[in-house]
Write a protein that binds this ligand. Sequence first.
Ligand code: SF4
Ligand code: SF4
Ligand code: F3S
Length: 416
Amino acid sequence: MTKVRNWQIGRDMEYRFAEAHPDRQLAFVFNTNRCIACQTCTMACKSTWTFSEGQELMWWNNVETKPYGGYPRSWDVRILELLEAANPGGQVWDATARGGPYGVFKGMTVYEAAAAQGKDVAVGYAPTDEEWAAPNVWEDTAAGPPGRPGAYDERGARLPEHAPWFFYLQRVCNHCSYPACLAACPRNAVYKRKEDGIVLIDQARCRGYRKCVEACPYKKPMFRLTTRTSEKCVGCYPRVEGRDALSDGVPMEARCMAGCVGKIRLQGLVKVGADGTWIADRTHPLYFLVHVEKVALPLYPQLGTEPNGYYIPPRWVPRAYLEQMFGPGASDAVDRYRRPSRELLAVLQLFRTTQRMIFRYDIVEGPKVLETTIGGRPWTMYADTVVGFDEKGREAVRLPVVEPFRERPARYLNSI
Ligand code: SF4
Ligand code: SF4
Ligand code: F3S
């Protein structure tokens, strides 16, 4: 074990390998507020990568209902329980401490808990076949008081927190900066690419030890019986490399990202410094959302793998739940999302609007169109236009912040 810097938890931590970072990192933001659980992303992935014999129960992309759903079942509760057992009462953040953007995590990561218990590289567990068997048990099952049958129950729709609540959590491999799958493999079959930070399992080296499956706290490597090797999300790397026939030589978003019906997904490549932090890039949409606006947060950053997937938390969910899942920045992130700045409102339009990755955005200012209050505070909306540019600096998309509105002429009212 050696010391590495994990900026998400605001401190150094133990890891199996010395610090080494890619030049660019594949990263993404999911806006949980918009997801309708249509599973188009899930099927886009399945029909591309996991449609073969032995992959039947494999879902590299899945969308689960929180708080009860999970694939594999209860994966998050299981890993949180293991860490709590290793460090009872100690798994806490100090949000006021100086260290990282969300304060400092005072508890143990999966690596530190393993070291404390004299175990292998990372604390983890192997899910049973039954836990893998269904990707969507407890879909749409709410927590909180039951609604009133046959009647509108306003407690389920009142902000800031709904009384009965649930939300959809979209999950793919996070192509972590300190991957547990990579650290745990005795064959060194897992590697992280220097050019884009994508984490892959070398199928020729893999001998099916499944330590990666045990160690990944997000449970994203999956064992395939027909090949007796493990497989995981490959980040649609041919598209990221710009080798897809449609891409015209520039990086494209993965299939799950490009297919998203709810327009909740934005994926890109960010520049990474020698210390692993993102190099400031003020007009890169991902840098803006994660580091400037801080509206998108990592999933369970306390686990310590430094995941490169970020989430805009759902605005109706009890804040304590969101903080254990996304860290202490969750409440502020919800506030900023509910009452977005002029720039944030424009950047939010960019999600899932072009298959080409956006490397820079620009905002063309328009006139004021609305003055109102949100949460008792004044808020103004402008008819701005946001423009996204691809890797070569070419315009990839141009969108108005105000949706065009057209009234159907009376003579067509009854037709389609
Ligand atoms: Fe590895 Fe899991 Fe991180 Fe993916 S999410 S890189 S499988 S540790
Ligand atoms: Fe949600 Fe988009 Fe996937 Fe549909 S395609 S389930 S909206 S993430
Ligand atoms: Fe290594 Fe996982 Fe294969 S531990 S040998 S990559 S099954």
